[in-house]
Design a protein. Structure first.
Length: 381
């Protein structure tokens, strides 16, 4: 019999998924101190107990290779842009995902190496909007858990991150530090032939943006971003506060069995100007890998049902965030209310409670009110 996951357990999972272990643990002796990780073969601290997700997922069947998305990138196209589009769309589908992050360099004397982070998920990635120069991909977790008795839970659905791709963008949305995001124009030279990627958090508030060109070869299509700045992710902000911003680059590669998202991040303390490019102090460097392996015959019906119910709501949310940035150019966005409620909790509840189809005007007002509880224009500095 499958165990049902309630809305309360979903919110608990969202809140605690990244806080089940501290960043640092006392040094101890172990047989294989860095088993499964590269770069620290002489480190004596035991990292066998990584932090991150401790749950176990149900069985999945990997798709036959090469999967359809990869084959599409290897076809002939009339233009490079069309081949770029095929690579972006190749990231759609259903995947088993492994998330790994590990510090590889410490820049501060007597610093203690952070414990590597490892988690997992099963995700459904689909197109929520597409035009000639724009593609929006939504990630949705559809996860089944296996308990200590081998019993499987009902599927748990969680709206995850979103990535928007814009061809030759006039501007990109960048993180300025101290919870401030801004639209910054690109020169004509920088725009030519590039795609920007803007990443949004689970509640559709902004996270980071960058731009770059897709490169296509007979064996791989890959996109590498410009340098991006982003706030601490939940896996870090829940356990440490000794730095202000991640500064790094992202690479997306389309592979025969799925795709790979690589991150090269510097953990940095901002200078007095709040500008990540000025008087910045770096404390560590980490590498991150998210492996998206294509899976077959996985039941995503609960994820499809979720988007059938809530898709109109999230479309309103996306539109209102876009309108706010186009109007003001720069916004300060809080993570919590003054009472301490996380932003995503409020939006997830609204997604389930608002009836957009029968009361669109009322839903728009409630979405606007909710966003303005967390976001406001930045005063002239």
């Amino acid at each position: 019999m499958k165990r049902r996951l309630t809305a309360a357990s979903l919110l608990t999972f969202l809140t605690l998924i990244s806080v089940n272990a501290s960043t640092h643990e006392p040094t101890e002796t172990c047989q294989s101190p860095t088993d499964g990780y590269f770069g620290w073969q002489f480190e004596t601290a035991c990292h066998a107990k990584v932090r991150g997700g401790t749950s176990k997922g149900g069985p999945v069947q990997l798709a036959s290779q090469p999967y359809e998305g990869f084959r599409s990138t290897q076809q002939s196209y009339p233009s490079v842009k069309q081949q770029d589009i095929s690579a972006i769309l190749a990231m759609t589908g259903t995947y088993r995902v492994g998330f790994d992050f590990m510090e590889i360099a410490l820049y501060v004397e007597n610093a203690e190496l952070a414990i590597p982070y490892r988690s997992w998920g099963t995700e459904y990635v689909h197109v929520v909007e597409q035009s000639d120069d724009f593609i929006s991909l939504q990630h949705t977790m559809v996860m089944v858990f296996e308990d200590e008795n081998g019993e499987l839970s009902e599927p748990m659905v969680m709206k995850h991150w979103r990535q928007d791709w814009q061809y030759e963008p006039a501007s990109i949305l960048v993180y300025k530090g101290k919870d401030i995001w801004a639209l910054e124009p690109l020169t004509e030279q920088h725009r030519q032939g590039v795609w920007s990627q803007t990443v949004y958090q689970v509640d559709d508030s902004p996270r980071y943006g960058g731009y770059g060109k897709w490169q296509h070869t007979p064996t791989v299509s890959a996109w590498e971003s410009s340098q991006t700045h982003r706030p601490l992710p939940r896996r870090e902000s829940s356990v440490r506060d000794d730095y202000d911003v991640l500064i790094g680059n992202n690479t997306h590669s389309i592979l025969p069995n799925g795709w790979l998202h690589e991150e090269e991040n510097y953990k940095a303390i901002l200078g007095k100007s709040d500008n990540p490019t000025s008087a910045t102090k770096y404390i560590a460097k980490e590498l991150g890998l998210a492996r998206y392996e294509s899976i077959a015959d996985y039941n995503i019906n609960s994820g499809l049902d979720y988007w059938q119910r809530t898709g109109p709501f999230w479309k309103l949310v996306r539109a209102q965030w876009k309108a706010l940035f186009e109007k003001h150019g720069e916004l300060k966005v809080k993570r919590y209310t003054d009472e301490g409620t996380p932003k995503f909790v409020e939006f997830f509840k609204l997604a389930e409670s608002l009836d957009v189809e029968n009361d669109e005007a009322g839903a728009k007002q409630k979405v606007s009110d909710a966003i303005l509880r967390y976001a406001h224009p930045v005063e002239t500095r």
